[in-house]
Design a protein around this ligand. Structure first.
Ligand SMILES: Nc1nc2c(ncn2[C@@H]2O[C@H](COP(=O)(O)OP(=O)(O)OP(=O)(O)O)[C@@H](O)[C@H]2O)c(=O)[nH]1
Ligand SMILES: [Mg+2]
Length: 178
């Protein structure tokens, strides 16, 4: 007898410019949701992330290492990161095998900060489009300033999520700014 169809899964893709607080947000949100009694799985999709502060359920670094790619292909950090995301895009079976057993958890995807991944490059868009095919619905955006948050409006449409909410680290903005 065939098994029951997997339940729809939900989550947030935390995208934003470098240093905008994506990893910090994943830590805080995972702690908040757990305090509410939700099951949470944080997925690190950024091969450049080191010393993750949160409990990581899935780490893209297990599939492809940025340092290895840079050494082997003589790429800089940006080129290496793009290669890593293309490698993940070409090996999505790996990601699906990691995510499927975690259905029932709320997913937080800690994404790389390279802006071109959200504006010009197709790998991240393709990865989230594929997740939608797996009945995994994700949304969210994050920026450090109002300007960056506005720039994410374009990101939201490029990456094609159900919805893109825009957050900013408002405490860094001067009280004199509106
Ligand atoms: N004041 C303030 N600092 C923050 C906030 N969120 C994060 N930070 C700080 O900003 C720095 C960068 O935060 P990260 O969470 O590493 O940012 P990131 O977007 O994951 O960075 P990359 O992975 O390098 O793109 C850290 O020193 C954080 O402590 C915030 O809401 N307010
Ligand atoms: Mg980070």
């Amino acid at each position: 007898m065939a098994g029951a169809a997997p339940a729809t899964a939900f989550g947030q893709a935390v995208i934003g410019p470098p240093g905008s607080g994506k990893t910090t947000y994943c830590l805080g949100m995972s702690e908040f949701l757990r305090a509410l009694g939700r099951r949470v799985a944080v997925v690190n999709l950024d091969p450049a992330n080191e010393g993750l502060p949160y409990e990581c359920a899935v780490d893209v670094g297990e599939l492809v290492g940025l340092g290895d790619v840079m050494d082997a292909l003589r790429l800089g950090p940006n080129g290496g990161l793009l290669y890593c995301m293309e490698y993940l895009e070409a090996n999505l079976d790996w990601l699906r095998a990691k995510l499927d057993p975690l259905r029932g958890h709320y997913f937080l995807f800690d994404c790389p900060g390279q802006v071109e991944l959200c504006t010009h490059h197709g790998a991240l868009r393709s990865i989230f489009s594929q997740m939608a095919q797996w009945d995994l619905r994700v949304r969210l955006g994050l920026g450090r300033s109002i300007l960056q948050v506005e720039q994410l409006r374009k990101t939201g449409s490029t990456v094609k999520m159900d919805e893109c909410r825009k957050l900013s680290t408002r405490d860094l903005t001067s009280n004199k700014c509106d």
